[in-house]
Design a protein around this ligand. Structure first.
Ligand code: SF4
Ligand code: SF4
Length: 414
């Protein structure tokens, strides 16, 4: 159901200078003002003052945006476009054509908040992939239906299940942290969660893994389902201890969302203060480890690596130098920068399923930038980017391994 567009005070901060335009992936592709941050802000402002009808056409312009927040990095006025977009999209509800919208709404309301149901879904994907049905589908389905099958992440051989609620530091304990297992990371990248915990523990962290934690709610926040996102945020605020030195996540999208819980729950009198405290503790694992300093000298490697800045780490959290510092702390590793490493790869949550043309165009550019580095490994510490880049490597025939920062640190014994 389309609601009325509220007046969003942040919109007024825009001085219409246009400095964000060429940093915006959708403007670069279309050269349309309505597909730029400034144009979208005009649309939102006009809708909130009743000068523009709240049509699906306006919603389509808002949902062509990747929510990559590159415009925030470019903006001299400090427009927080991400926050504006969340409120504006919530007025329209989920994206897509009517059937897509129903499916997305169902998934956001009835799957994402329930870890058990997500596990069943991932189990079905695993069966689909391992039974040979996926290969058959790729042969038999019409071309436009093959892409979603190819995009599906490969489900881990096992799902991540913590061995205990508290994992002790290996050696002397220096700090105590809590860890968000994450829904995508647990179901599709179990081995990366395990690598992350080994690295943290070897570096003196005692790690608390709260049992009742939920998905962070990022997908809901970005896709017009803010009420269910708030319920998920409250559950995490209840589940996580705050007598720790940090609340860690190895997924950039989750970190950006959880650092905003204070804002998300600002009108909730019962949770406001606790949510702010929670958000102040949130750190990306790379951000945290770089500040802590590696306790073990990593083993040498001769790998040539390039680094893809996840949008929600670089633009959303300002974390750029720390993962690079950790990579270059591995002796012998060559870090070769790709062109426009902080430009979106076209993943953007479920965007790659819903906006295939734009997503493919951005992915093609990204894979060429990767190919030009000659690197054999791409590090991208975010599950969405990793899924998209793995698909891109297959689709465009680029011979690279897509890895997480924690993979490389773990392999080096850090
Ligand atoms: S979030 Fe990204 S895609 Fe959306 S308006 Fe800003 S730069 Fe453009
Ligand atoms: S850079 Fe900022 S102030 Fe300038 S047009 Fe873009 S959003 Fe508005």
């Amino acid at each position: 159901m389309i609601r009325t567009m509220p007046v969003i005070p942040e919109v007024e901060v825009c001085i219409h200078c246009g400095l964000c335009l060429n940093q915006c992936p959708t403007y670069r592709l279309t050269h349309l003002e309505a597909a730029s941050p400034r144009g979208r802000l005009y649309l939102i402002e006009a809708a909130s003052h009743g000068r523009l009808e709240m049509s699906r056409g306006v919603a389509d312009h808002l949902y062509l945006c990747l929510a990559c927040r590159a415009c925030e990095t470019a903006c001299p006025s400090g427009v927080q476009y991400g926050r504006v977009a969340e409120v504006a999209r919530d007025a329209f509800g989920p994206p897509g054509r009517p059937l897509q919208r129903t499916v997305v709404r169902f998934a956001l309301r009835h799957l994402m908040p329930h870890p058990g149901r997500l596990r069943v879904l991932a189990g079905m994907i695993r069966f689909f992939q391992r039974s040979g049905l996926a290969v058959l589908a790729m042969r038999l389905l019409p071309r436009r239906l093959r892409r979603p099958v190819a995009l599906l992440p490969e489900a881990s051989a096992r799902f991540y299940a913590p061995q205990a609620d508290v994992l002790p530091a290996i050696g002397e304990r220096h700090t105590r942290v809590a860890f968000l297992s994450g829904c995508a990371m647990s179901l599709f990248f179990a081995e990366i969660n395990e690598a992350t915990l080994r690295v943290l523990r070897r570096n003196g962290c005692e790690v608390v893994i709260p049992r009742n934690q939920a998905c962070c709610g990022a997908l809901n926040i970005h896709n017009g389902e803010v009420a269910s996102a708030r319920a998920m945020a409250r559950r995490n605020v209840d589940a996580f201890p705050t007598d720790v030195d940090a609340i860690l996540t190895n997924a950039a999208g989750c970190g950006a969302a959880m650092k905003e819980y204070g804002h998300l729950l600002k009108d909730d009198q019962d949770y406001r203060e606790r949510a702010e405290r929670f958000s102040l503790l949130v750190r990306d694992t790379g951000e945290f480890l770089a500040a802590l300093g590696l306790r073990n000298s990593p083993n040498a490697t001769d790998q040539v690596v390039t680094y893809q800045d996840p949008c929600h780490l670089a633009h959303g959290q300002g974390v750029r130098a720390q993962p690079r510092a950790l990579l270059t702390a591995i002796p012998g590793l060559t870090l070769r920068e790709m062109a426009a490493s902080d430009r979106c790869c076209g993943s953007a949550g479920i965007y790659n399923f819903l906006q295939p043309e734009t997503s493919e165009a951005l992915l093609a550019e990204k894979m060429e930038a990767i190919r030009a580095t000659g690197a054999s490994v791409v590090v991208a510490p975010n599950p969405g980017c990793m899924m998209q880049l793995r698909y891109g490597a297959r689709r465009f025939g680029v011979p690279v391994r897509i890895a997480h920062l924690m993979d490389l640190l773990d392999e080096a014994g850090a």
